[in-house]
Design a protein around this ligand. Structure first.
Ligand code: KIV
Ligand code: NA
Length: 264
């Protein structure tokens, strides 16, 4: 069995070869992603992608644990990072520790991710000092979409850059081993990447980031709608529809099951 990529190995990639990452929510797709990704994120986007929710706000802790466990079991090589869902960490560092420890014990993942910059610094420090590696997530933070009034690209107004830069510095100082920069204007993401000593993982950010991440189903062409920042590399939606249509035709014509698929 090959050893998994470790948190320090990801941290050491700052300024080096770009870090490859995708989300995964289930064992069999994770096994494919595992061949090419440095780390796999079990993102709370699974609420929308797997469970038809309208936002990530409704995702419960137990759901993250179930999918996290499946992805750890399905993989051997990549570091697995599990998102802390809305409501499981914001209240206090001790609540965050309790829930992060539960995620790590029950999934055997290698790290957790949580949203927020300066305001989460104390919690990030509390967790990392007690053995839980934390990936931070700043810029567009979907769990705060109700406060922000939707999913809005960050940093369009240059007056807001200082606050985002301060967030990046705060999570880095607090001990986060990497930080996701989501949905921010390119020059801001590039600037932050140069300023902080930990890897930045871009999504709707910049090619200058130390790594990139996308939601797997989005880049596979399975999601009915994707934002501008997604490059669609596959056409899984079309492939599934074609297969389902052929199957339906075969069932109706009794072409399935054929001699090959029955026991004599
Ligand atoms: O939940 C998720 O998929 C994420 C990535 C988009 C970074 O947080
Ligand atoms: Na997320």
């Amino acid at each position: 069995k090959t050893r998994r990529t470790t948190v320090p190995q990801i941290a050491a990639r700052k300024g080096g070869d770009p870090i490859v990452s995708l989300t995964s929510y289930h064992a069999h797709t994770a096994a494919i992603v595992d061949k090419h990704a440095d780390f796999i994120l079990v993102g709370d986007s699974l609420g929308m992608v797997m469970h038809g929710m309208e936002s990530t706000v409704g995702v419960p802790l137990d759901l993250m644990i179930m999918h996290g466990r499946a992805v750890v079991k399905g993989t051997q090589k990549a570091l697995v990072v599990v998102d802390m869902p809305f409501g499981s960490y914001e209240e206090s560092p001790s609540v965050a520790f309790r829930n992060a420890a539960k995620i790590m014990k029950e999934t055997q993942c290698g790290a957790v991710k949580l949203e927020g910059g300066a305001r989460m610094a104390e919690t990030i420090r509390f967790l990392t000092e007690r053995g839980i590696p934390v990936m931070a997530h700043i810029g567009l933070t979907p769990q705060s979409s109700h406060v922000m009034g939707g999913f809005k690209t960050q940093g369009r107004d240059e007056d807001t850059w200082a606050a985002h830069e301060a967030d990046a510095q705060a999570v880095s100082d607090a001990g986060a081993f990497a930080v996701v920069l989501e949905g921010m204007v390119e020059p801001l993401a590039a600037k932050i990447t140069k300023q902080i000593p930990i890897p930045t993982i871009g999504i709707g950010a910049s090619a200058e980031c130390d790594g990139q991440i996308l939601v797997l189903e989005d880049m596979l062409g399975l999601s009915p709608w994707t934002p501008k920042f997604v490059k669609v590399y596959g056409n899984l939606g079309e492939m599934i529809e074609k297969a389902v249509e052929e199957y339906a035709t075969d069932v109706k014509s009794r072409a399935f099951p054929s001699e090959d698929e029955i026991y004599r």
